[in-house]
Design a binder for this molecule. Structure first.
Ligand code: PMP
Length: 361
């Protein structure tokens, strides 16, 4: 007996590799592999989370009105043009389901986030990867990669795993250069880390085919709770709401996210700490001969001599309980992506890399 055959494309999807959180034989581990906020969420979010415990028998709101209002107030956006989902992953999925299908192409950059390909293939579309130049997005290559079959272009800005950022003029050029039938998704999972960047919201206002996605998993420290959101023209939001599960977010998720985004002081503290430690760690590693591109996010992409050195350094760090991320799957085999942890974690990483290089080089 055999099991039923899934839709074409599904078996081409490689299982998503999430950052490991344990190392055999090592008691204390510090996880620096998933770009989480090392301090966790605002204490107010935890309080709000707990306060929902006596209402677990009730179905949650279907329209997420209070969370959308809070997001709208903080970002100066119309709540009617916001949709909330189970992580921004769900918004990415909904976009692919709604706008791409068999025979269509979904474009992403060479070192782009792996979820785009998973969602494209799951919707029955093809996933097309466009080369980058020195780990930065090549706008001309993206525009040249668009065909009549292209339905969606995904760009993360800042990008994961490179940490690099496309400037405002280049983004505007991309948005203006795409044909109307192509949706440009500006994935702003790390947008909060860039002072003065609106994540692409102003481009959404200018172009009916631009969509912005955001998350509570990074700056707001709620990766474990799974909350994201999108901002688009009303018609696009209406389309996505039709295929969204009506009770996709629990009251617990909604309450914690609202409390987190309203705690501006906590967010500002986390941002300042991230920026300070990111500069420190990048400089410390560069002085040892391990450079990285200037990161605009909460991680750095450390470049080693070659794949062997990166793999060996990863193992060396793991043996000390420091879990970072190999990014060969993103086409960057000689790099390690290191989340900016708390001060002690950054110092331990720097010490470990120094000890590793002293043995190796
Ligand atoms: N986009 C990018 C670029 C990411 O790095 C991530 C998380 N790794 C996501 C989207 C998805 O985040 P979440 O589903 O937790 O909101």
């Amino acid at each position: 007996m055999t099991t039923p055959v899934p839709q074409p494309g599904i078996m081409d999807i490689a299982l998503y590799e999430s950052g490991q959180s344990k190392v055999e034989g090592v008691a204390e581990v510090i996880k620096l592999s998933s770009n989480e906020n090392p301090r966790g969420p605002s204490p107010r979010a935890i309080e709000a989370f707990r306060a929902t415990a006596d209402r677990l028998h009730r179905y949650p709101s279907t329209d997420h009105a209070e969370l959308r209002t809070a997001i709208g107030e903080v970002h100066g956006l119309d709540p009617a043009r916001i949709i909330c989902g189970v992580g921004s992953d769900e918004i990415i999925n909904l976009l692919c389901q709604a706008y791409a299908g068999p025979g269509d192409e979904v474009l992403q950059t060479e070192h782009g986030f792996s979820m785009y390909r998973i969602s494209a293939l799951a919707a029955g579309a093809s996933s097309v990867s466009v080369p980058e130049r020195e780990r930065t997005t090549d706008i001309d290559a993206l525009l040249a990669g668009v065909t009549e079959r292209t339905k969606i272009v995904f760009i993360a800005n800042p990008n994961n795993p490179t940490g690099t950022m496309i400037g405002g003029n280049a983004l505007a050029r991309l948005a203006a250069g795409l044909p109307d039938h192509v949706i440009l998704v500006l994935d702003g999972a790390y947008a909060e880390f860039v002072e003065g960047y609106d994540g692409g919201a102003s481009l959404v206002d200018l172009h009916p085919n631009v969509v912005m996605t955001r998350t509570f998993s990074k700056l707001y420290g709620l990766g474990g709770l799974r909350i994201g959101w999108g901002y688009a023209q009303k018609d696009v939001i209406d389309v996505l709401n039709r295929i969204r599960g009506p009770f996709n977010l629990s009251e617990t998720q909604l309450a914690a996210a609202e409390a987190a985004i309203r705690d501006r002081d906590y967010a500002a503290d986390c941002l300042a700490e991230n920026a300070r430690l990111r500069t420190w760690l990048a400089r410390a590693l560069a002085e040892m001969g391990v450079p990285s591109d200037t990161s605009c996010a909460n991680f750095i992409l450390a470049r080693f001599a070659d794949r062997d050195e990166a793999v060996a350094c990863d193992a060396f760090l793991k043996a000390r309980g420091l879990i970072v991320r190999q990014v060969a799957g993103y086409g960057l085999p000689s790099c390690l992506r290191i989340t900016i942890g708390e001060e002690r974690a950054c110092r331990l990483v720097a010490e470990a890399v120094r000890d590793f290089l002293a043995e190796r080089r």
